[in-house]
Structure formats: structure tokens, C-alpha cells
Design a binder for this molecule. Structure first.
Ligand code: GLN
Length: 180
């Protein structure tokens, strides 16, 4: 199985090494031709406006939709996957949720906390200027923090408002690839 990691911004190398440690092959995705033959793609965190505009310019977002490629989006990746980002659809609107960018506010721009994740157990989540999920209309909430969903799955797609790659624990990546 080969998994793509969108190589525009973020912890690309960390995602690749976690996937490889789990026994998957991993490929950096920079253009649409890199998507051919993949079983899924990880969209790392970063700045969603920057990642989104480059993806759009290069036709990567449309190709992901056309191929129906399962996405694991983290932080900025979750924003891009949301059907409503402060009223406007994200670029790959495959999760039926509403998010507010930087929604945890300036007091808590970045923080980490122990999450309890359905089917996975305890996981140390790192939130960096994270989006706040303000509404979930579809899919399954796998973890919440202070009453807001922070991890949602829908079919093979998985969205996280936190960064799962920081502590190098592969449980969340494993959850994604084991369902592909
Ligand atoms: N604040 C960023 C955004 O709005 C997301 C931050 C992140 O991916 N860590 O795109």
C-alpha cells in the first residue's frame, strides 16, 4: 500500500517516517501525477490558505475529489476537508462539519493535552493555532476536547484538529491506513 503526503508545508518528513514505520510505502505529493496509484493521502498542518491556493493552482484538490482518494487531514488539512469554514466550503469538502479557523483563541494558541480516542485509547494531542469544530453534521466523532470534536471520521476519511505526528506515535496513522 502506498500513501501520499502532500508536500507543500508542514511536517512532511515526520508523516512519511511514521507511515514507513507502519510498513506502508509513502510518497511526497507535489503535483497531480503523484496521486496516481495511491490508496490515501495525508494533508499535514500549516497555513490552510497557502496550502489551499497551491493545491488549487496545481489541480491537486480537484484530482483528489475526482479520484475519490481517502484523506487524513490534520489541522490546516482538517480545514480544507470541511464543508463549512466560517460559512464557505473548504477546497475538498468531504467532512460534513463546520470549523472556525484559529478557534481556540489567542490565550491558547498552542497547547497539548491527553485525549481519549475511540478505538485507539490515550493519545497526546498537540494543538497549534488549531481550528475549532463548531458543528458536526455527519460522520463519527472519535475524540473531543472541552465538548468540541477534535477527531472525526466519515467513511475512509479522517479529520483531526490536532497534530498526530509530533510524538511519533503511529496509532492514528495506523487507524487511517488500516481502513483503506
Ligand atoms: N491556523 C492554521 C490555519 O488556519 C492552521 C494551523 C495548523 O495547521 N497547525 O490554516
Amino acid at each position: 500500500m502506498e500513501i501520499g503526503v502532500l508536500d507543500i508545508q508542514g511536517d512532511v518528513a515526520e508523516h512519511i517516517s511514521i507511515l514507513e514505520n507502519l510498513g506502508a510505502r509513502a510518497r511526497k505529493v507535489r503535483r497531480t501525477s503523484d496521486l496516481v496509484g495511491l490508496s490515501g493521502i495525508v494533508v499535514p498542518g500549516g497555513e490552510s490558505t497557502v496550502i489551499g491556493s497551491i493545491m488549487e493552482q496545481r489541480g491537486i484538490s480537484n484530482k483528489i475529489i475526482e479520484l475519490n482518494l481517502p484523506v487524513m487531514g490534520t489541522c490546516a488539512g482538517l480545514i480544507l476537508m470541511s464543508k463549512s469554514v466560517e460559512g464557505k466550503p473548504g477546497l475538498i469538502p468531504i467532512l460534513d462539519i463546520e470549523v472556525k479557523r484559529n478557534g481556540y483563541g489567542s490565550q491558547r494558541e498552542s497547547f497539548e493535552t491527553d485525549l481519549e480516542i475511540k478505538g485507539i485509547g490515550k493519545f497526546r494531542g498537540v494543538f497549534i493555532r488549531a481550528p475549532l469544530v463548531t458543528r458536526v453534521r455527519g460522520g463519527e466523532v472519535l475524540a473531543s476536547f472541552e465538548k468540541s470534536a477534535v477527531m472525526i471520521s466519515d467513511g475512509k476519511n479522517l479529520g483531526l484538529s490536532f497534530h498526530p505526528e509530533i510524538y511519533g506515535n503511529g496509532k492514528i496513522h495506523n487507524y487511517f491506513i488500516s481502513r483503506l
